[in-house]
Ligand binder design. Structure first.
Ligand SMILES: C[S@@+](CC[C@H](N)C(=O)[O-])C[C@H]1O[C@@H](n2cnc3c(N)ncnc32)[C@H](O)[C@@H]1O
Length: 269
């Protein structure tokens, strides 16, 4: 008998069908969503070499990032397995020339093989049963010299925020990940920087840049009350998001990964 509250795909991934409203409200509806977009708006041009190249947005969700690239002149393909999220992306991207594809990452080798000079995959790997092989799949879609903007939910930050909230037993047992049940928005596979380093290397990708997204905001005792407080918090986030040790405890870790022009095997042959 199927589990009535499990929401996972046959591959064990959490497609966001049934979650679109909650996701839109809790991740983008409030100040933290605004902060995330403001930081990405500043960081993406700093961390990526952007010159209007075609972009594949994997797990593109509601389409904010696809829209951001489209207005900067990129020909955008947004791939997303959830019909519900894709319908919202279609509505929010009306007026932009964005190609929408209903497909999970695992099918893109067949459906959108590229090779792509630029791929974005933001806040997706943590919702997959096997993020390691997903990163290898993304590497296989990249053109030599291509860039991957990868953002992942940071497991180490999740531990700290649990401790800050007083969930000491959970933190001590290291029971941090969600189970993908009902409408919960705790990712099933939060990642560590060490995993990203190891899996990038085994997929032949070089880490060119790294930043933390929301290195302070999620640990505040009280959210900022006034516009002036919000501006000061943004200024702090911007100042320290690429500074060691602060970036390491960002709620999300943002990377620029590059597929070298020649693989190390070719270079030594
Ligand atoms: C947290 S949302 C992130 C959406 C968007 N990239 C953003 O940054 O706002 C995670 C998205 O990954 C999608 N997703 C889940 N499993 C996936 C898979 N196997 N392949 C591609 N996307 C997937 C979900 O449906 C959801 O839209």
């Amino acid at each position: 008998m199927s589990d009535p509250i499990s929401t996972l795909s046959p591959a064990g991934d959490r497609h966001f069908d049934g979650l679109a409203d909650k996701f839109a409200a809790s991740l983008y509806g409030g100040a933290r969503g605004e902060l995330r977009l403001a930081l990405l708006n500043r960081l993406l041009p700093e961390m990526l070499d952007l010159h209007g190249q075609p972009l594949l947005d994997v797990g593109g969700g509601l389409g904010q990032q696809a829209g951001w690239f489209a207005v900067r002149g990129h020909a955008v393909t947004l791939a997303e397995p959830s019909g519900e999220m894709l319908a919202r992306a279609r509505a929010s991207l009306a007026g932009h020339e964005v190609n929408l594809l209903q497909a999970p990452l695992q099918e893109l080798t067949q459906l959108a093989p590229g090779p792509w000079p630029l791929i974005a995959c933001h806040a997706v790997l943590e919702w997959l049963a096997d993020p390691r092989s997903a990163l290898a799949t993304l590497a296989g879609l990249m053109a030599p010299g291509g860039q991957l903007s990868l953002m992942v939910f940071n497991r180490d930050a999740l531990r700290l925020s649990n401790v800050v909230k007083g969930n000491l037993e959970k933190a001590l047992a290291d029971r941090l990940e969600g189970k993908g049940l009902r409408k919960r928005l705790t990712p099933i596979s939060p990642l560590t920087h060490a995993q990203v380093e190891a899996w990038s290397a085994e997929s032949g990708l070089a880490i060119r840049e790294v930043a933390g997204i929301r290195v302070f905001a999620d640990y505040l005792r009280e959210p900022p009350q006034s516009e002036a407080d919000r501006e000061q918090l943004l200024a702090l986030e911007q100042r320290y998001c690429r500074v060691d040790p602060h970036w390491r405890l960002g709620r999300y870790l943002l990377y620029t990964l590059e597929r070298p022009l020649r693989s190390s095997e070719e270079a030594t042959a």
